[in-house]
Design a protein around this ligand. Structure first.
Ligand code: FSX
Ligand code: SF4
Ligand code: F3S
Length: 391
């Protein structure tokens, strides 16, 4: 439908062309993407317009990205072929001026590029750190360009506008800090005095990183964080609070062994060692898993291993029972005559999420996705299913 005002029509056409050319997205998909980011950030209705404007028009912030003790899974997770649009968006929203594993150049050339980018963007660049920092023996276990990770972190953080630790390794030590931690691996916040925004996960959800950067672009500051530096929009709720199997937990229906009847019916994975009850992350609402559309670890039938949570991921044995935090009775229990394996209903999901105090956006996303899955399943075989596809 055209606009009566030729100026508006012209600007809409210009924006269509921009979204198409710059992001390889239709205007509609681009707006949908901005709305999704605004919802991920828990912003009020209508805020997507500000997000859209910032993504389109704000100057791309210079990013210096350092790699220390890690597997490069954080970078892989953002750039893998399963979501090429995301890769394009990330690389278009930021100006990646130094990244060791993506640079074609090597040696002195890249060190010179890092220094040049830091000088040109003094006080304005974002420093992103991937990987833990070894502290034992003066940090000699990780050196780049003959500087230790400790020296590089301090040098690059000095003039950064903000520091983001991406992944559990950079956030709190992650896998390299696993007992007995031979290199004394720690997170970035143990090395510098500046505030550090942490985006834990092994690997972390790339949308949480992108949403954090887009918040910086939109509002000129990083999103609100908790005492561990985690953005509240992504890490203020336990996995358990929004889990699709939660009704089974509340009703005492557990899978006991992989492949048993309960496991096949989509029952709760607590007794298989699921760490959802003590792990803060938005995986169930963001459906982060990269194993196909709408999947996440618990949705695929594997217990959460607590990869985002210090003291849980890589620290507690996988099959050890989790400590159930924030124990509160649910407002409603599934009926005792309910057929087993049906999962939560759309209504129960919304109630559960609301009872757990989930953000309105998360509640809407959660119940909407359940609704979609149910609709799709009903259309496919004429019977209602739960989200795991089990009847
Ligand atoms: Fe790997 Fe990143 Fe895990 Fe660590 O992600 S996916 S080991 S969090 O630093 O590369
Ligand atoms: Fe979901 Fe795990 Fe909690 Fe069970 S224990 S409801 S599988 S998060
Ligand atoms: Fe990690 Fe658990 Fe999410 S294992 S990816 S925090 S479901």
């Amino acid at each position: 439908m055209g606009s009566a005002d030729p100026t508006v029509a012209d600007s809409t056409l210009a924006l269509d062309a921009m979204a198409e050319k710059r992001f390889g997205l239709s205007r509609r998909d681009f707006m949908q993407f901005c709305a999704t980011l605004a919802t991920t950030l828990g912003l009020p209705a209508g805020a997507h317009a500000a997000v859209q404007q910032a993504v389109e028009k704000a100057k791309r912030p210079s990013v210096i990205w350092l790699h220390f003790q890690e597997c490069t899974g954080c970078t892989e997770s953002m750039l893998r072929a399963e979501h090429p649009t995301l890769e394009r968006l990330i690389l278009d929203v930021i100006s990646l001026d130094y990244h060791e594993t993506l640079f074609a150049a090597a040696g002195h050339q890249v060190e010179a590029a890092r220094k040049a980018a830091m000088a040109a963007n003094k006080g304005k660049y974002l420093l992103v750190i991937e990987g833990a920092i070894p502290t034992r023996d003066n940090g000699i276990y990780c050196k780049v360009g003959n500087k230790t990770a400790i020296e590089l972190t301090r040098e690059c953080a000095a003039d950064a506008a903000a520091v983001i630790a991406i992944g559990s390794c950079a956030s709190w030590g992650g896998m390299p800090s696993t007992d007995p931690n031979p290199t004394g691996a720690v997170g970035v916040n143990k090395i510098i005095d500046k505030p550090v925004v942490t985006i834990p996960g092994c690997p972390p959800n790339p949308y949480n990183f992108l949403a954090t950067v887009v918040h910086f672009l939109t509002f000129g500051q990083l999103p609100p964080i908790d005492k561990l530096g985690r953005p509240l929009f992504a890490y203020s709720r336990l996995v358990h609070e929004n889990c699709e199997r939660r009704a089974h937990f509340d009703a005492g229906r557990f899978a006991i062994e992989f492949g048993d009847d309960g496991h096949r019916k989509g029952w709760c994975l607590y007794k298989l060692g699921c760490k959802g009850p003590e792990t803060y992350a938005n995986c169930p609402t963001a459906l982060f898993g990269d194993a196909g559309a709408g999947t996440w670890p618990v949705g695929c039938g594997h217990p959460c291993i607590g990869c985002t949570e210090q003291g849980v991921g890589f620290a507690k044995p996988i099959h050890t029972l989790a400590k159930v935090k924030n124990v509160e009775p649910p407002v409603s229990y599934p009926g005792i005559v309910e057929n087993q394996g049906k999962g939560v209903t759309v209504g129960a999901a919304a109630v559960l999420a609301a009872v757990a105090g989930a953000a309105a956006g998360a509640t809407a996303v959660f119940s909407r996705k359940l609704g979609k899955s149910n609709e799709q399943a009903s259309a496919e075989d004429g019977k209602p299913q739960d989200r795991t596809g089990r009847v």
